[in-house]
Write a protein that binds this ligand. Structure first.
Ligand code: GTP
Length: 732
């Protein structure tokens, strides 16, 4: 990977761009260290990373940060927009340089080639590494001149994110368009920094418009400038509604204050910021369904109540998806706006793990098993069985191949085979080992850590256990409590015990509950209209549909469209409708459990132009819930196949007990001295059965249970269950 590194000689040669990823920070450090003798000492260069001065940080101050806290980013722009100056400020504020370098004085850290210093331009990309509030940032300052486009392209290939720097008086310039397209090609999430806000002619509005028009990007205005040109004195943080003012006395811009905007002192600015924040929320909601659901649900009446963190998380997702770009502003030369830019880099740009969809598992040890004894072996040949430890991403049921190329070859073969559909012996299926069939969990219970602070430890333990055991499901109930869903009492007890023994965590389990389902008994019609204005955009949808019972034994509803609806229905609207249907069917009106055995027909759909897909989903979902409420409803309970093996002497008490448990006996067979009783019994009646059976038969009987199907409860039992569960919401 580093074979293309040039050697450093006595003259000022530069490190060619490194393939930066989380694996090679140490190599970057090593390279920068080698740079030491080559740096002219005209300025306080004791600050170069790795060279520790009295008050200068060492890179070692962040030792092996977790991958989630790494940012590999580039700075890109048109020539002279101010990338090198911005990088200088970044190194200074993060504590890696002792004084502020100046392009015009030829003493910056990253422009260290003689030609760069003489001409005041960046020619080769330079890599620097620093830390900011617990994050490790590997940053590359790339050349802006059109002649060095290839150098930019070389950098972009290895970056996870980029900051595009603009001259706020010029907006988008020719070279920016070129590098922007390159970043598009490599799918690099970006944030924009409108620099030179202090320059005469600087215009925030003009620069934002040029991003919209020339780059065809959607700018998310996270800041507003406080003044422009000579009057520029700071920025307003739109997300938190605070103003950031730099102290005039502070020469290096380190000193600035962050103050909430107040009605008393900043009435006009507060109004402008609130409008900008509402626009931002609306824009993000339009691009991110999860955020739209949140905004429409809890905060639709008052966006002011929406916490800044929720908005920030959604902006991160939108940035990662590259559907919009956050925009910030400042003046690197006048030392304003760089610290918030650093915050935005860590907050909105992705970590390497968020970018790389593919992973390579590292197997640290291979073991040959003999019950609970293991012998380490150096290698394994095809056809053998062994154990491995240390896998981080693999879950039970996955097939592991030795390399990416063999995986690709297997995929290609599978594709070829897939085309030859009618061949009897389908080779494609042989390429993957049979996965495991995961049965539906039928029990659930809440689980709590010993303290709120230990919740992340519990989440981690459950994540690991789930990889090993896919039949364990973990969900959050509407109140945010963690819920374990498992195959039975013993299953959940074992999980509870393993969390204690293997993860040192004492957890508390809520009462074990049966996972019911619901259905309806008659067809019902409903119509609904959703009319909501977000910002200055009106969302208006009217839906008319029918929900009717059918026989499927499936929680996946059958969806039909009336001929008048299916004509010209765009794919996005169809997806939105189906999302709305599926989410409505997850929570029935009786117990909040999934709805099964229904067909939904959409009779009419009127969508006002500009209505977001989230609003369409929300309206369809609400309309179905309305219909379900009107229908005659039925609870379905899990019915288990039961097989009890019991000696003749104890057969009568076992049968009598089963009759009391609403059991149905199908058959009684004789096998030597034993009777084998098979039949059905509702799951709710069989909880704690092992203890009862042991008592009834002096420990001589055994039993086996498995899910048969979901059956309708009789009216009395259903009424009893509903009154017992009154208010309790089920999450399955
Ligand atoms: N007024 C003003 N001038 C700035 C600002 N930032 C940079 N400059 C000046 O703009 C010129 C170019 O700055 P650089 O930092 O070298 O820009 P660059 O984008 O790295 O340029 P290349 O490396 O050649 O692509 C220099 O004269 C800087 O002093 C700023 O915020 N305000």
């Amino acid at each position: 990977m580093f074979s293309n590194l040039r050697k450093f000689g006595g003259n000022h040669k530069k490190i060619p761009i490194l393939h930066v990823n989380n694996m090679c920070c140490s190599e970057i450090r090593a390279s920068l260290k080698r740079l030491k003798p080559c740096v002219p000492l005209g300025r306080n260069y004791s600050s170069l990373p790795g060279l520790v001065g009295n008050d200068i940080k060492s890179l070692r101050s962040v030792i092996s940060p977790p991958i989630a806290k790494i940012r590999n980013i580039g700075i890109m722009a048109h020539i002279d927009a101010g990338k090198t100056t911005t990088t200088e400020r970044i190194l200074y504020y993060s504590g890696y340089t002792r004084s502020l370098g100046d392009v015009d004085d030829g003493d910056t850290v990253t422009d260290f080639m003689a030609q760069e210093r003489e001409r005041g331009i960046t020619i080769q990309s330079a890599a620097v590494t620093f830390d900011w509030k617990g994050y490790r940032v590997n940053l590359i300052d790339t050349p802006g001149h059109v002649d060095f486009t290839l150098e930019v392209e070389r950098c972009l290939r290895v970056l996870d994110g980029a900051v595009a720097v603009f001259d706020a008086s010029a907006g988008v310039e020719a070279q920016t368009v070129t590098v922007w397209r390159q970043a598009d090609k490599h799918k690099i999430p970006r944030i924009c920094f409108l620099n030179k806000m202090d320059k005469t002619g600087a215009s925030f509005k003009y620069a934002v418009e040029s991003i919209r028009e020339k780059l065809k990007a959607k700018p998310l205005l996270l800041q507003l400038p406080l003044g422009e040109g000579k009057a520029f004195k700071g920025v307003v943080d739109v997300v938190s509604k605070e103003k950031l003012l730099w102290n005039r006395q502070s020469e290096d811009g380190k000193d600035f204050e962050r103050k909430p905007l107040l009605e008393m002192s900043d009435a006009e600015l507060l109004k402008e910021t609130t409008e900008a924040r509402n626009d931002l929320i609306e824009q993000v909601a339009d691009l991110d369904d999860e955020f739209a659901d949140l905004v429409l649900g809890e905060f639709s009446e008052n966006f002011d109540l929406l916490p800044a963190e929720k908005l920030q998380t959604a902006i991160h997702r939108v940035t990662l998806a590259q559907t919009a770009v956050p925009v910030l502003c400042g003046s690197a030369l006048k030392n304003k706006g760089v610290q918030p830019l650093l915050d935005a880099i860590t907050m909105y740009l992705p970590s390497p793990e968020e970018r790389n969809s593919e992973f390579l598992e590292r197997i640290s040890r291979l073991l040959l098993p003999f019950a609970d004894q293991h012998t380490e072996i150096p290698s394994l040949t095809a056809g053998n069985i062994a154990l491995t430890v240390g896998l981080k991403h693999t879950a039970t049921g996955d097939t592991i191949v030795s390399s990416k190329s063999s995986a690709l070859a297997a995929a290609r073969r599978a594709e070829r085979e897939g085309e030859k559909k009618h061949r009897q012996n389908n080779e494609a299926e042989k390429l993957l080992l049979a996965g495991v069939e995961i049965p539906e969990p039928v029990f659930f219970c809440t689980i709590e850590p010993p303290s709120v602070a230990r919740q992340p430890d519990l989440d981690y333990a459950l994540k690991c256990l789930q990889r090993e055991d896919p039949s364990l499901k973990v969900k959050l109930d509407p109140s945010g409590q963690t819920v374990l869903c498992g195959m039975g009492e013993l299953h959940i007890e074992i999980i509870h015990d393993r969390i204690k023994r293997e993860y040192g965590l004492e957890t508390y389990l809520g009462p074990l509950q049966v996972a019911y389902r619901e259905t309806i008994l008659n067809a019902v019609h409903a119509t609904d209209t959703l009319d909501r204005t977000l910002g200055d955009k009106r969302h208006l949808v009217t839906v008319e549909l029918e929900v009717k019972p059918i026989e499927t034994s499936s929680v996946t509803p059958v969806i039909k469209y009336a001929a008048s609806v299916s004509e010209d229905l765009p794919k996005v609207s169809q997806e939105a409708i189906e999302n709305g249907i599926h989410s409505a069917c997850l929570q029935g009106p009786l117990l909040g459990s999934p709805i099964q055995d229904v067909a939904i027909t959409l009779h009419s759909l009127v969508i006002h132009p500009g209505t977001s897909t989230t609003m369409i989903s929300a309206c369809v979902s609400r309309c179905i819930q309305k219909a379900l409420k009107k229908a005659d409803k039925q609870v379905l309970e899990p019915l288990m196949n039961l097989e009890v093996t019991v000696t003749r002497d104890y057969l009568s008490p076992v049968l009598a007990d089963l009759a009391q448990r609403r059991g149905t006996i199908q058959e009684i067979q004789t096998r030597q001295e034993n009777k084998i009783v098979t039949g059905f019994v509702p799951l709710a009646e069989i909880m704690g059965y092992s203890t009862v059976l042991r008592t009834l038969t002096s420990g001589s009987a055994t039993f086996a249970l498995e899910l048969s199907n979901y059956q309708a409860m009789n009216p009395q039992d259903q009424t009893a269950l509903l009154s017992q569960r009154g208010g309790l919401t089920q999450v399955l």
